[in-house]
Design a protein around this ligand. Structure first.
Ligand code: ARG
Ligand code: ZN
Ligand code: CA
Length: 265
């Protein structure tokens, strides 16, 4: 009897004036498309998880797939009051360009705020490490890395970051996950709980991987292990990241349990 844990989401697009009604309809669907991707990735029901469970396992003995088991939902209720959301309508806003650039500018307290912005070509997105819903912390996504498919005018997902995985990655940060290569030293770290990415079942690596490394070809700090390049917390292309580990799940859940009461109900 598994209880579904819901996280109320608000998606904020810029440029109210320039957005026609038909584009707004498209952008609401794009927001739902991105949320569907998050729900797959955060429940390990993504179609490509079989890459790991069926093919990669021999390269990664002892590493299990993790999933936080949460359900992201576009919010439909103005609770607590004051968001501006009309009860019964989905929490997708246009023209509320809240942010000056900081990753922690407050928006709607009690919601998981996803702010879609024009961030130029070199930034995909960013998030605080250990976000605070009570403070209205936001996760920022470049308009070319939000959702998948053909997108909408001005918001077309661009390869190779066109499968919605940037948000999977950023929400990992929000739930207190570091990059798999965080503070990797390959020499001086002795405690996997407190050093590196502070997750013990992710092999320590000193640097990030890009594009799409062939599985089992990138070494880690331990000569017996390979880098977990297909992890959502590395820097590979969307098509080549498809799993969290059980250790990451546990770290996220500990953080989630500490902030869950901050979410609006
Ligand atoms: N570089 C960004 C960050 O560190 C996001 C990387 C996301 N990668 C991707 N394949 N979508 O937060
Ligand atoms: Zn990151
Ligand atoms: Ca680790």
């Amino acid at each position: 009897n598994v209880q579904t844990i819901r996280i109320p989401v608000a998606v904020h697009y810029p440029s109210a004036g320039a957005v026609t009604e038909s584009v707004k309809t498209c952008l609401r669907a794009l927001a739902q498309n991105q949320i569907n991707i998050l729900n797959a990735d955060y429940n390990a029901t993504n179609a490509d998880i079989v890459n790991f469970t069926e093919n990669d396992a021999s390269f990664y003995p002892g590493i299990s797939v993790g999933n936080l088991g949460v359900q992201f939902e576009l919010a439909t209720e103005n609770h607590p009051a004051g968001t501006g959301l009309t009860n019964g309508q989905v929490a997708v806003t246009f023209g509320t360009d809240f942010l000056s650039g900081a990753d922690s500018d407050p928006t709607w307290a009690g919601y998981m705020n996803m702010v879609v912005r024009n961030e130029g070509s070199s930034i995909l997105g960013y998030s605080p490490l250990g976000g605070s819903p009570a403070s209205g912390h936001t996760v920022v996504i470049n308009r070319f890395a939000f959702g998948s498919g053909s997108g909408c005018a001005g918001f077309v997902p661009a390869a190779p970051f066109n499968l919605g995985r940037t948000l999977t990655h950023e929400l990992g940060h929000f739930f207190n996950l570091d990059h798999t290569f965080n503070n990797g030293t390959c020499s001086t770290n002795t405690n996997c709980n407190t050093q590196g990415d502070r997750v013990c079942d992710t092999p320590e690596v000193a640097s990030e991987s890009y594009e799409c490394p062939e599985v089992g070809t990138v070494g880690s700090c331990s000569f017996e292990q390979f880098a977990l390049t297909m992890n959502y917390m590395d820097y590979v292309d969307d098509a080549c990241m498809y799993m969290f580990t059980l250790g990451q799940e546990n770290r996220m859940r500990a953080y989630y349990n500490a902030i869950v009461s901050q979410f609006s109900t």
